[in-house]
Design a protein around this ligand. Sequence first.
Ligand SMILES: Cc1cc2nc3c(=O)[nH]c(=O)nc-3n(C[C@H](O)[C@H](O)[C@H](O)COP(=O)(O)OP(=O)(O)OC[C@H]3O[C@@H](n4cnc5c(N)ncnc54)[C@H](O)[C@@H]3O)c2cc1C
Length: 569
Amino acid sequence: MNRFDTHEVVNQASPFADVNLFACDPALREGVAREGAGWAVAGLERLGARLGSAAVLDLARLANENAPKLVNVDRNGRRIDEIEFHPAWHALMALLIEHGAHSLPWEGEGTRGQAGSQVARAAAYLLFGQVENGSQCPVTMTYASVPALRQNPRIAAHWLPKILSREYDPRSLPVEQKRGALVGMGMTEKQGGSDVRANTTRALALEPGSARARYGDEGEGAFSIVGHKWFFSVPQSDAHLILAQTDEGGSAGLSCFFVPRYLPDGSRNAIRVQRLKNKLGNRSSASSEVEFCDAVGWMIGKEGRGIPTILEMGSHTRLDCVLGSAGIMRAALCHALHHARGRSAFGRPLAQQPLMQNVLADLALESEAATALSLRLARTFDQMSDQMSNPSEALLARLLTPAGKYWVCKRGPGFGAEAMEVMGGNGYVEDGPLARLYREFPVNSIWEGSGNVMCLDVLRAVARGPEVRDALGVELALAAGRDPRFDDYAARLLDGLAAASGDEFGARRLAEQLVLAVQAGLLLRHAPDYVADAFVASRIAREPGGAYGRLPDGIDCAAILGRALVEIA
Ligand SMILES: Cc1cc2nc3c(=O)[nH]c(=O)nc-3n(C[C@H](O)[C@H](O)[C@H](O)COP(=O)(O)OP(=O)(O)OC[C@H]3O[C@@H](n4cnc5c(N)ncnc54)[C@H](O)[C@@H]3O)c2cc1C
């Protein structure tokens, strides 16, 4: 090597690529089997290899560097409101749809998939979350729309075969001509998103039999919709569920409407895309502002019951916020840990320096706990329709969904910043994935009910009565007797629960404690002792700190890091 040759690269870690994302993650593998989806392991193994390939990881880069563009009119001036995407976006979408990330729990006989299919889907979603997050948005909304759509059997019969199809079909056509369909949701308006009761969009019943209103042979029940939505993600979806008022004064309350992109007569529905949002993250996906200029929609659920109807969708999207953030955490951890193993400073690999071990092990604990909670929560969704036989699971889902969305998503941005810092300057530049991952974290916390709104929802869940406390008690009792610090924490939490239900001021603290208790219980029961002990010592025996890397003495960091990322040479 010529001594002036500056191209020799030493002491730089290799890219984290061509890795099986499932095989390298013991916590995920164990969790899938434990929570009832052991049958899915072989498929997840194949998916993990595909998603971890350098080629697929590069699709994520391309889809984000080439953001979607809005094309309002064609070259002759006709209004089209089309969105143009880079081919990488379509390739990612096809992968998600091919693997049933939008459909798995709803496939098969009846209204539900195979037992454990929510957990199997959750695991796949966690893996996708380690690759690209914008493409998860349409998949989440399509998945979440299914229970709400089933409230209108006519629409469901017409649309579900396309919605549940495993074929991704991006063409802008009436649904009858498509091989697969996507569904979005529109609630947020300029004057209010958390408080959707402020929606001003109006829906006026159309005359039965009106030509525009015909849906197949079924004409009735169509409405003309006038108004706007300030956030309307995935405007290229084949349909959206939206909220609108059905009377002038709004006294009937909001109703939920199914608004297709094309009408049954093949014409475009009058949904005008005003512009695309210029977003911090999630740049591969299009989020828009729209106006409804006499668009046509069909009511889903009962008049005036739009909020509960669309919240059925919302509970599933909130589950995905938890899964999504757990996936991004896992990705950030893997990149950081892999880098620290391949990079030396002051004569030793970073991963062997005690202070760096403290940081990395702390991140690994957070990630494993998020994974364990995600899969446990997905299992409650698997069992939710068994309310008669297992009402405890439905109550636990009611409590843990908002609490989990609050805490796991809230931990994300700090986690991302720390993982980025592990990689030093390389973490900060856009050439690597950490800058993008960091930008992805906040949206899961804001979207579908921001942090405070989730915590207020936790209070509403607690206020439902002692059954909720009992359901939590059943879950925590499974880990009783394993660690006195946990036993004490769980007892205090359960004792104070009823009184806490009226305490808006302290709602964040309550949501945090609920999640930490469930996470600690899961780790005590199922993770190796060195993981559970470190989690309890750092988050139960004392308050979790603001910064990562404050684990107390006596933690077996080497063991935690060995488990966190199994790298197969
Ligand atoms: C990338 C992206 C995509 C989105 N896509 C969609 C979409 O497809 N469809 C859709 O309908 N919406 C979408 N949204 C909108 C999102 O759901 C809303 O932004 C969110 O619900 C918050 O509503 P808001 O923006 O009106 O904020 P506000 O309602 O004004 O809330 C502002 C803050 O006040 C807090 N707050 C509200 N009420 C209380 C209270 N009582 N006590 C204490 N704090 C409170 C909230 O937690 C929040 O932090 C998207 C948002 C983003 C960022």
